[in-house]
Design a protein around this ligand. Structure first.
Ligand code: NAP
Length: 438
């Protein structure tokens, strides 16, 4: 019987699915002791701090994570930052394999003038702000103007735009962070533009998200029906329209044809609009976004040389993410340098967005984790001698173990109950740590 110790870094979907795949790979002659390390005092990664609060069904996967955590071969080390509290070398020398599941926390930059003006932020800040991530609770977001522009044509852009454009009362019974909910209730934003640089047919939105738009009760959603029919014609001219695109184009047609109710809140999609510059006022605050108008020519999207402007006071860029650096780990092009999840020449592996970049839905990490665990099984040799990692954690440093996380989780759920909310998230780091003690 071989008994292996595996460290997983990052308690998001990739981390829990890796632990689950390891648990499933145990046999009569092979067992695993799994230690999961997480920088935050809260768990579940993007299921907690990414998934939009008005999409609660997606969050039910957390039940799977807690089932994995309840297994006897699983230990949690929350509030421990690898690369700071413990060096990566301390993990690689003690564990048979170290699996980095640290995601992509940094928003990609547009690289255009004016990007750093006051009122220009990244979805990588806005999303964790409304989701109660303790690092973003104090972010100041100016919602005093009436118009916001969200740049990007992916599901994250859609989430940001929807949160700004819906009536905040629709979020009252969700787990939106309390500070964000109060701010959204006081918001003057009524018009939200979403700008995609290519055509309708190239957008990365998925059909379920598009099909939800006509169902919004207090928000009119606009898309120029001509842009939709032109996209359809281009897609047809390019050959047979594949299923996924056909479904999206049908969803766009329904959005375009859906009767508008004259709500004062609206979302408007603008395609073939490439951001060129964000202009500010004399106080350095966002005043307008200048877009270059693109045109589709065959399989290419080209700049027509023409521009237009959208006056606004808030710009959110939602154009993808890259991994945050970790001491002792080599990153390249925004991900951990790896080959199919193996960090060559080491006993380090990677799963999820840190491995493949910010793509796919939560479930994508399940198959990703299982593929990488197969590689780990191929590579494992004699188990290392067990050396408990707890000795390396400085005395007095509070570890959020599974029991402490359960206290935080239960306290949040109990706080939400009287208000009909799934939970009230605690967004202060010291308060989270003290909840873990009680
Ligand atoms: P994404 O799906 O890759 O979309 C990124 C968007 O940014 C694309 O439209 C891209 O346009 C655009 N973009 C990139 N660089 C740009 C630039 N310089 N100027 C203008 N636009 C630019 O990424 P995401 O929205 O961050 O989502 C990440 C992943 O999470 C996706 O797989 C998504 O489906 C998933 N997710 C799922 C849900 C859900 O299931 N409800 C919710 C949120 C996120 P081009 O195509 O032209 O490059």
């Amino acid at each position: 019987m071989a008994h292996y110790s595996i460290a997983i870094v990052g308690a998001g979907p990739a981390g829990y699915f890796t632990a689950q795949a390891l648990q499933n790979a145990q046999s009569e002659d092979r067992t695993f002791a799994i230690d999961l390390f997480e920088r935050l005092p809260t768990m579940w990664g993007l299921v907690r701090s990414g998934v939009a609060p008005d999409h609660p069904k997606i969050k039910t996967v957390a039940k799977v994570f807690e089932k994995v955590a309840a297994e006897p071969n699983f230990r949690l080390f929350g509030n421990i930052e690898i690369g700071k509290d413990i060096d990566i070398e301390d993990l690689t020398s003690r564990y048979d394999a170290v699996v980095m599941c640290t995601g992509s926390a940094i928003g990609r930059k547009l690289g255009i003038p004016g990007e750093d003006l006051i009122g220009s932020i990244s979805a990588a800040e806005f999303v964790p702000w409304y989701n109660g991530h303790p690092d973003y609770a104090d972010l100041e977001i100016d919602l005093s103007g009436d118009t916001a522009v969200v740049i990007g044509a992916g599901n994250v852009a859609m989430d940001c735009a929807r949160i700004l454009a819906i009536n905040p009362s629709e979020l009252d019974t969700t787990d939106t962070a309390e500070h964000a909910l109060a701010h959204l209730h006081a918001s003057n934003i009524r018009k939200v533009y979403i700008a995609g640089r290519r055509g309708v047919e190239h957008a990365a939105f998925t059909a379920p998200e598009l099909r939800d738009l006509p169902k919004l009760e207090h928000t009119d959603v606009h898309i120029d029906s001509q842009q939709v029919s032109e996209a359809h014609a281009r897609a047809e001219a390019a050959g047979e329209i594949e299923k996924h695109l056909a479904s999206n184009l049908e969803a766009w047609r329904l959005i375009a044809e859906h009767p508008k109710s004259g709500h004062d809140r609206s979302m408007e999609f603008r395609f073939l609009s490439a951001p060129k510059e964000i202009k500010g006022d004399e106080n350095g605050k966002v005043r307008e976004v200048i877009f270059g108008i693109n045109r589709v020519e065959g399989s290419k999207v080209v700049d027509t040389g023409e521009t237009y402007s959208i006056p606004c006071s808030l710009v959110i860029s939602a154009i993808g993410y890259q991994a945050a650096p970790i001491n002792g780990v080599y990153f390249h092009n925004g991900i951990i340098e790896n080959e199919n999840g193996r960090v060559l020449g080491t006993n380090i592996y990677t799963v999820g967005w840190a491995k493949r970049g910010p793509s796919g839905v939560i479930g994508t990490n399940k198959s990703d984790a299982s593929d990488v665990v197969d590689l780990i099984l191929e590579d494992l040799k004699e188990p290392k001698e067990t050396m408990d990692i707890s000795m390396l954690i400085p005395s007095g440093h509070q570890i959020i173990d599974q029991a402490a996380w359960a206290k935080i989780n239960n306290a949040e759920i109990a706080a939400g109950e009287p208000l009909g909310k799934p939970r009230i998230k605690e967004a202060s780091w010291p308060k989270l740590l003290s909840l873990g003690l009680n």
